[in-house]
Design a protein around this ligand. Structure first.
Ligand SMILES: Cc1cc2nc3c(=O)[nH]c(=O)nc-3n(C[C@H](O)[C@H](O)[C@H](O)COP(=O)(O)O)c2cc1C
Length: 215
């Protein structure tokens, strides 16, 4: 079904994709944005409920308000860390909303498809999980298009609802900054900043029952 080259391209994209927070002001065409959204729209969703919407934000005025909401939350979260870790936390750049030409707010509508969406009765959060799958599709498509994307989740949902006039029953799942960058990281930024490192895969795999290591 896939040639070796096509398989390689897929894995290249998976390994290369990074969370990016530094963007160039270069414009991104609407055609390219539509390709990303179409990739998202082809993601899997529980009961095929497709609970997502996409709000495209490109004006400085709205981006500034979103950046304000993210910065307010970043400062509020700093209290969870002790002194040195707090300084480290505050020195991390956690968003590039104002720099990136586009911010896409991806939302989840838990009411879409009515009250009995196939498969959602057991695990209600499957609606949000579906939106996360759509976002990952979009992230990989952005990487393939040579674009950078950054996931911002530091905000109070009601701040984002107020700024983007989102109704109360709709969940703003993510703010995604999209643009070009001349700083595409090779490794996760948090790894380079010595905040966290990738765990060994073998330690995460169990055989037959929980805790029973594979080897
Ligand atoms: C659900 C979710 C929320 C995230 N929220 C933020 C965020 O608010 N700010 C940020 O800088 N990065 C955020 N990230 C990006 C992660 O920090 C990043 O994915 C992780 O450090 C691994 O790096 P990589 O994506 O480059 O592999 C988020 C990622 C996910 C999946």
């Amino acid at each position: 079904m896939f040639t070796e080259q096509e398989k390689e391209a897929l894995y290249k994209c998976i390994y290369m994709r990074r969370d990016v927070r530094t963007f160039l002001p270069d414009p991104v065409s609407e055609e390219t944005i539509m390709k990303l959204l179409d990739a998202a729209h082809h993601g899997p969703s529980v009961g095929f409920m497709q609970p997502w919407n996409f709000i495209l934000v490109s004006t400085d005025q709205v981006k500034e308000r979103l950046a304000w909401a993210a910065d307010k939350e970043r400062r509020a979260l700093a209290i969870h860390y002790e002194e040195t870790r707090q300084d480290e936390f505050l020195s991390l750049k956690i968003e590039g909303i104002k720099q990136a030409p586009y911010t896409i707010c991806v939302t989840c509508d838990p009411t879409r498809g009515g009250s009995h969406v196939l498969g959602r009765n057991s695990i209600p959060e499957t609606d949000i999980m579906s939106v996360a799958c759509a976002i990952q599709n979009m992230w990989l498509a952005a990487c393939a298009e040579g674009l950078a994307m950054g996931w911002v989740s530091f905000y109070k949902k009601n701040d984002v609802r107020d700024i983007l006039r989102i109704p109360p029953h709709i969940d703003p799942v993510a703010l995604l900054s999209v643009g070009y960058t001349d700083h595409y990281p090779e490794k996760p930024i948090l790894e380079t900043a010595n905040w966290e490192k990738r765990r060994g895969l073998n330690d995460l795999i169990f055989s037959e029952t929980w805790g029973n290591s594979k080897s």
